[in-house]
Design a protein around this ligand. Structure first.
Ligand SMILES: [Zn+2]
Length: 308
């Protein structure tokens, strides 16, 4: 299959089982790509070794297959791509775009106050941006290893989200390498999307605050920028993002209640306005009915009573 500007991906972190919200996002990403006749790739985001749980990657992939979602090419794992990330970090550094930051999270939280989409506590106030040689030396001597941050110059990034429309946000000096030496999520995603030839990133609406940072990084690295579609989430009855604590929310939970994956998929299709009550559609039917413009804008609230 040829590279297309609609090539898409699903990129789970193997930290736990996928729940109905994650799986519905995977179905949507698959539908966006497949309805355009494009490739669909899987990338396992396993850089944060402390959170990866054994067996979860296998379980996640088998859940995707159980729903009928197939993918092209081998599964790519971020843990096997460190050289690519280090090369990108070195390129930014060579252009003078990075600086070491010695701040603790608590220090950043105490100093931050900017009212933006990213919680103020997560925005970096620039404390280490212009340290003197003596200040650097003092911090090095204190023994705390620095993270590396990118100089964003307070860039204002605007983009047109395919689903949510125009989005604009100022970008802070964010971390590209954590102080334990791990490449940051933002950097790895940008490097991978470009290396894998992703044309359209389809992911949950909760990630839209990361997008301006990723667009800025792609520009600084001279990489192609994918298009974006941030799709509605599934929420629990309490209005918060669906999670394990909300009940029987994984495929294996549903199977234990006697519900086959087809039935779960039928619920997803119904919640997206693609099927009526009691209608069980094949994936080909779903592709035929899928119109990105007609997807609901609002999140779906899941509760055990309305269960699939
Ligand atoms: Zn700092």
């Amino acid at each position: 299959m040829n590279v297309s500007d609609s090539d898409g991906r699903f990129a789970p972190s193997p930290t736990g089982l996928l729940h109905l919200g994650n799986l519905r996002t995977a179905l949507l990403a698959w539908l966006f790509a497949r309805s355009a006749g494009a490739r669909f790739l899987i990338r396992v985001e396993d850089l944060d070794r402390s959170r990866v749980r054994p067996g979860m990657e296998k379980a996640q992939l088998s859940d995707l297959l159980a729903l009928g979602l197939d993918w092209d090419g081998p599964v790519v794992r971020q843990s096997g791509r460190m050289e690519l990330y280090e090369e990108a970090i070195a390129r930014l550094d060579a252009e003078g775009l990075l600086y070491p930051c010695y701040c603790t999270r608590a220090e950043i939280r105490a100093a931050a106050s900017a009212p933006h989409g990213i919680p103020a506590s997560d925005r970096y106030p620039g404390t280490c941006r212009e340290l003197t040689v003596a200040q650097h030396a003092a911090r090095e001597a204190a023994g705390r290893p620095p993270a590396l941050r990118v100089r964003s110059d307070d860039a204002l990034i605007t983009f047109e989200d395919r689903h949510l429309g125009r989005f604009e946000e100022g970008v802070d000096d964010f971390v590209v390498r954590r102080n334990d030496g791990t490449p940051a999520y933002q950097l790895a995603v940008v490097v991978d999307d470009a290396a894998q030839g992703i044309g359209e990133v389809v992911r949950g609406a909760d990630l839209i605050d990361s997008t301006p940072r990723q667009i800025l990084l792609a520009r600084l690295l001279g990489l192609p920028e994918p298009r974006y579609a941030h799709v509605p989430l599934v929420l629990g009855p309490d209005g918060r993002r669906l999670a394990k604590r909300h009940g029987a929310v994984t495929l294996s939970d549903r199977a234990a209640l006697g519900e086959e994956p087809e039935k779960v998929r039928a619920w997803m299709a119904r919640s997206l306005g693609l099927a009526g009550i009691g209608e069980t559609l094949s994936l080909d039917d779903l592709i035929a009915r899928f119109e990105p413009e007609r997807l609901p804008r609002e999140p779906t609230v899941w509760s055990p009573e309305t269960a699939v």
